[in-house]
Design a protein around this ligand. Sequence first.
Ligand code: SAM
Length: 196
Amino acid sequence: MTTDYEEQNYWNKRYETEREFDWYMDFETLYPFIRTTLNPNDKILNIGCGNSSFAFDMLQYDYKFVTNIDISDVVINKMKDKYKKYPSLEFFVQDTRKLTFSDSSFETIIDKGTLDTLICGKEGDDDVDSMMKEIYRILKPGGKFILLSHAPDERRLEFFQRDYFEWNVKHQEIQRTLPDNRPAVHYLYIASKNLN
Ligand SMILES: C[S@@+](CC[C@H](N)C(=O)[O-])C[C@H]1O[C@@H](n2cnc3c(N)ncnc32)[C@H](O)[C@@H]1O
């Protein structure tokens, strides 16, 4: 079944009214799993930031430079306004399938929910492939792509394994019990771009 998740209009409409929300888990919960992967001085890109406080929360943990992109101009305008007192948080309207950043611009790229969104669209496989090519292009050699997904390795590793990439991927399952006692399972992929 396909959805409109890859459409800017879908997200713009949603963000006109939707309140702050973090998909899957917040930064505090994810932090123990990615702490040793991140360096405080890294230039970090948060793909499909939405209206979550994830990037702001990173500042509280001493990360200094967090650039955020989203396809929705509605949410980016709201986030720019909300965090205008924090110049080290940058927000841009951009499509992750065709980014305007130069090659090798970031040490770390994080995606929580955007790849999962694109894969549901009409051209899901091609959209994710374009996204992965752009991430690979703008990541520095030796840089890390951190993907948090609802899907296990048999549905996600293939996107790292195409001929034109040289990733070294580690993955793990994160199981939790939510405050209302429901179980939750997510999958963390940490991919290093080869140094060559
Ligand atoms: C599932 S939400 C995740 C939001 C946020 N990362 C979080 O964890 O709460 C997916 C986000 O991806 C954005 N998005 C969808 N397609 C996109 C694209 N092609 N380029 C950039 N952002 C996109 C949506 O606007 C939405 O904010």
